[in-house]
Unconditional design. Sequence first.
Length: 304
Amino acid sequence: MTNTQRRQIVDEAKSRGYQGSYVDLFRQAALNVDDVVQASTQEGIDGLRPAHQAGNTDASMAFTDVPPNTPFNTVGMKAPIDIKKYDKQGHLVKSYESVPPGIQSLNTGPSHGTVVETPARMQEGGEIDESLDAATLERYLADTRGQTPQFWKATADTLAFHESGPHQRMDPKAVQTGGGPGRGLLQFEPEAFNTAKVRYKQIAELRGLQPDPEIMKATSADQLSADQQYALFYSDMIQGKVKLSDYAQGKLPLVDLWLQGHKKVEAHGDRESFEESRQAAKKELKNYGLRLGGVRYNNSRYKR
């Protein structure tokens, strides 16, 4: 990819209000950014089909500003591909892995975003070198604690909405108001951040995956992307004391999940401030292409 092509992708993303790291956007899809081709008008129609027809099944392509619920397909492909959609904040919206050729329609989920098509990570005779990411942990939570991956992402989004505060809302580089030690979307303080890293590494090893080297090298949450911070948040909750299945079943309110599972110490006024944020989130989260946590979503609609 030329410098001109890279600049086109960056300019396009900026014009759409994307606030995350451009390298992270593609790294989250297990890509080398230099291998990604930005779709032109005709390429946006054809996708990877011409490349596959020409025998290049290692090609990748990024489609920017894809409207909500736009269907994609693998008709005419010659090998399985992975399809992932990210919203403007760099959060994973939808993920399909190892989609075989000939699939007529795959819904890419709500909100505008960037769709990335890549060669399937698992090829015949090959091995997967995969690091533990937020999407994998969301699926793990759905499988082991209940609900759907989208339910758990909505939970993290709502807690991040509260923790990041009104003046730096949903900013991965948020700094605690007043100069305190909290950093990032979920305001990890140094000790809690280190604990979350240890738990993240343990879960990765238990599941036979590699810990993300960027997470392991980071000394503060604001050095990481939103998805990397969410991976730490999920890992900390999974190995914490709160019973996540109670929350998934509606037996534990979202405020108590936050207090017991993340904040871990309740102070006077915490519940009131959280409720204020929750009410604001009902109206504002949709502006970020996100959903409110602590509510039930239809499993089939948000299935990954």
